[in-house]
Design a protein around this ligand. Structure first.
Ligand SMILES: [Fe+2]
Length: 399
């Protein structure tokens, strides 16, 4: 094809703004709903966000039911159980509120109710036969970007795998992005989810499927996140920083949904399925090492990223600029308290080849990585990220 060409898909209706959660009932009614199943997790419930949402929905005259058993890295049965509840209560709209896990479960429930079957039946690409119930998602973290993606990721504890339902029918009909909902996020979750969003931005920017328009989303996301993540971690009440982080993670979500991710995500998935390491933490450990591996094949892109990071790039040779980007990624992790290693999170050295085998099977991100990556390369990267220091895993419970 000659000339400019791209496809851009995303959530058709996005409402962004401080206090925007108050529009939730209007959103349900606009979609023709009367009976709502709210899908959330215990952390969101504990900080009072679920109750607030329920009050808003009931205040709008709607019947509301709550499924709050979503857990991080949700196993397939959580999606199946939530779908059973949606059928029992005869829900006509699903509202997911929380981090990526709650939103993913909500997205899956909506298609399970109308199509029948179980989560496992639809893991893969384009396996969902028809549209589901209308769904609204309300993120409480600035990270996953799943409010604008066509994916719902589930782990399968028996098979020790993790896989997404990928279907155009999973795009939510409405995303409500309210930065005030992210104010209650503790610093470590702010850091790990924020770095996940930064990883979406950087991997979609340098990936093979990047287009002119996805690059605009990616680079803006990088700029917003890089310049605000430290502020949001160090000053949790800084609403301006929270707002820019949520905006950045949304933009990165649009980019990742259209341009994909790369080897960081492929290698992070087995860490989640083998060791239950939260997605954001896994990505943050691997990011600088994978970028070190990639940097020589995307020197121009790394120059753009360096510019966003405030580097004076004009007079520097490409290799030096790319090296500075990798150094900055290590520094950024230190500044936000994410300087952990794989050994700190309990990864066993002798299982690294097994992890590498599993990472290589995450085929779409592997194929999208800008540099061809082999099993031996993956093993080397895991080994570099291994380290030896102590770390408290429980600091990473999802909110
Ligand atoms: Fe991610």
């Amino acid at each position: 094809m000659i000339g400019l060409e791209f496809v851009l898909r995303m959530t058709p209706h996005v409402r962004f703004g401080r206090g925007a959660i108050k529009y939730a009932a209007d959103g349900v009614k606009e979609l023709g709903g009367k009976r709502v199943l709210v899908v959330s997790d215990r952390g969101v419930q504990k900080v009072g966000i679920t109750d607030r949402l329920v009050d808003i929905l009931r205040g709008g005259g709607l019947d509301v039911f709550v499924f709050s058993d979503v857990v991080p890295e949700p196993p397939v049965y959580v999606g199946d159980n939530a779908a059973s509840m949606a059928k029992e209560v005869d829900a006509d709209v699903i509202v997911g509120v929380g981090g990526g896990s709650a939103m993913d479960v909500a997205k899956a429930v909506a298609v399970l109710v109308t199509n029948g079957g179980k989560v496992e039946d639809y893991q893969g690409v384009n396996k969902v036969p028809s549209r589901g119930l209308p769904k609204i998602v309300i993120p409480t973290t600035a990270g996953t970007g799943c409010e604008v993606t066509w994916t719902a990721v589930f782990s399968n504890p028996e098979k020790k795998t993790k896989g997404g339902i990928n279907s155009p029918y999973l795009y939510p009909e409405l995303a409500i992005l309210d930065p005030e909902l992210t104010l209650s996020l503790p610093p470590l979750i702010t850091a790990s989810t924020g770095l996940d969003a930064f990883t979406h931005a950087i991997e979609s920017y340098i990936g093979k499927a990047a287009t002119t328009i996805t690059k605009l989303f990616s680079i803006s996301a990088m700029e917003l996140i890089y310049n605000n993540i430290v502020k949001a971690v160090q000053s949790p009440d800084n609403i301006e920083a929270r707002e820019k982080m949520l905006y950045g993670s949304f933009l990165a979500g649009v980019a990742l949904s259209n341009a994909g991710v790369g080897a960081v995500h492929a290698m992070a998935y087995p860490l989640g399925s083998f060791y239950n390491i939260p997605h954001g933490a896994a990505n943050s450990i691997l990011l600088p090492y994978v970028m070190e591996f990639n940097k020589d094949v995307c020197v121009d892109e790394f120059k753009d990223i360096a510019y966003v990071m405030g580097e004076k790039v004009d007079m520097m040779p490409g290799w030096e600029v790319a090296g500075n980007v990798v150094d900055n990624l290590h520094l950024l992790k230190d500044k936000i308290g994410l300087n952990m290693t794989l050994s700190m999170l309990g990864v066993e050295w002798e299982r690294i080849p097994e992890l590498a085998e599993a990472a290589l099977k995450v085929d779409r991100p592997i194929a999208n990585n800008p540099r061809l990556i082999t099993k031996d390369d993956i093993i080397s990267i895991y080994e570099e990220a291994y380290g030896v220091e102590d770390f408290e895993e429980e600091d990473f419970e999802e909110v």
